[in-house]
Structures are given as C-alpha cells and as structure tokens.
Design a protein around this ligand. Sequence first.
Ligand SMILES: Nc1ncnc2c1ncn2[C@@H]1O[C@H](COP(=O)(O)OP(=O)(O)OP(=O)(O)O)[C@@H](O)[C@H]1O
Ligand SMILES: [Mg+2]
Length: 258
Amino acid sequence: MSTIISVRDLKKKFGEKWVTQGVNLDIPEGMMTVIIGRSGEGKSVLLKQMIGLIHPTSGEILFKGLDITKLSDQELEEQFKHIGYVFQFAALLDSLNTFENVGITLLENGAKPQDVLPIVKEKLGLVNLHEETLYKYPSELSGGMRKRVGLARTLVTNPEIILYDEPTTGLDPITARVIHELMYDMQKRLKLTSVVISHDIEIFKYADKVALLNDGKIAYFGDAKTIWESDNPYIYQFIRGLPEGPIQTEVAHFKDKF
Ligand SMILES: Nc1ncnc2c1ncn2[C@@H]1O[C@H](COP(=O)(O)OP(=O)(O)OP(=O)(O)O)[C@@H](O)[C@H]1O
Ligand SMILES: [Mg+2]
C-alpha cells in the first residue's frame, strides 16, 4: 500500500484561531479514505489545504513525495491537473445548463462545443445521468442530480484522485446510497484514490480507511470495515453520537449493557 498524499505536522490559523493543530495523515493510493469529525472541526479547511486552495501556516503536504506547500500557484495548477474536488455544496453555476456546467473547464480553455459534447455525454453516463439532462439548468434538477452533475464535472479532467466534501449531505437515504455506490464504483473502475468528508455513517460500508479529526488533530486512523468494533474512545463515541464526557467509563458502561 503506497501513500499518495502525506500530511506532516500541518497547522493553520485564521487570525488568532488555530483550526488545524498538527495533522499527520497518510492517504493510501487506490483506496477510499473517509475523514469524519464534528461540525466546525476543520475538515473542509484540511481538504482545501491538501490541494493548495488554502495555504497552511506551517507543516508539509507531500503529493507523491513533492512538498506542495512550497509551490507557486502556477506549479500547483500543473501538479493538480489530475485532482478532482467536489465541493461541499455542489457549486454549479445557476446560469449554466448541465452541458456547460460539466464542460466548463474545457469550454473556458477554448475547446469547441462540438468537441466537448461527446466528453460531457461520456461523463454523464458514468454518473448515470441521461442525455435529457444536458440542457437543463440546476434549478430544474433534484438535489441528487445536481450532486451527480458536480461529479461529472470533476470527471472531465480525468482525475486520479477525487476529494469529496460531504457528497450526500441533504439527500434522502436512498439517493445518498446511490451516490455512495457511484463513488465506490468509480473508485474501483477508474482505479481512483478517493478522500471523502462525510457525516453519513453509511459510507463506512464503501470506504477502506477512516480518519477522525478532533481538536485539530487526527485522533484515530483505521479500517472502515471494522469501525463498529473499535474501542478507540473517540471513535466509539463519535459514530454512536454519544455526548462528550468521561470517555472510558462511558465505553465500559455501554459494553456492559450490550
Ligand atoms: N477562510 C476562512 N477564514 C476564517 N476562518 C475560517 C475560514 N475557513 C474556515 N474558517 C473557520 O475554520 C473552522 C473550521 O471550518 P471548516 O469549514 O473546515 O469546518 P468543517 O469541519 O468542515 O465543518 P462542517 O462539518 O460544518 O462542514 C471554522 O471555525 C471556520 O469558521
Ligand atoms: Mg465542511
């Protein structure tokens, strides 16, 4: 198992407030890693630092061994051609239809619409959207469809890594499952590395690794498949939604009960 992104002692403060407080995390290549943690913990900030959208205060981010915190914006762009980022809120442009939203990077770079069309159709096919959505605007699509359009847009650059920020938030459980299966399927089929921020515990069925962010640090990193058996106190409480408190006694108490 090789590491594709290695985060070393990463720290970030906004004003006087420390958000990332010494994160160490190795993202394994070709797997799905889920990052969990409470709202406001700094998950989105961590993900954005991993692709250079936010500059860290200190620390290193090694992408295939290269420290990206030292690169210029232009060098970053070059490095990250093959990284896709799916934003927390689908972030489609309301004034553009599906074809334009998905093909935007290519169209902005001057590609002809007739050349972009087959590529957009292919990517829509990968996310199970039919051609009738091509000329619809975001307001005419359901939440699940908008997420899939966002995903198709990411696929246009043929990424080898996709970072997802809460891909299923706001979706009903059935649509959320469809999206999870799609992410899983794409990861296997296109041999991607996926990094997913999620509050949705269903994701553990599809993921390989789980990292828990707590107090600005990684409090746990382990296998997703066995997460429910973990007696790591942070994980135990977090995935069961238990309130904070005297962790060890809480765990012991629950173990006795069930
Ligand atoms: N550009 C910024 N400037 C100042 N503070 C910021 C900025 N971006 C994020 N923060 C702060 O950093 C903290 C972490 O935010 P972040 O969005 O990473 O949380 P999160 O874990 O993704 O939460 P959620 O689960 O609600 O999405 C918050 O207190 C937020 O206000
Ligand atoms: Mg967030």
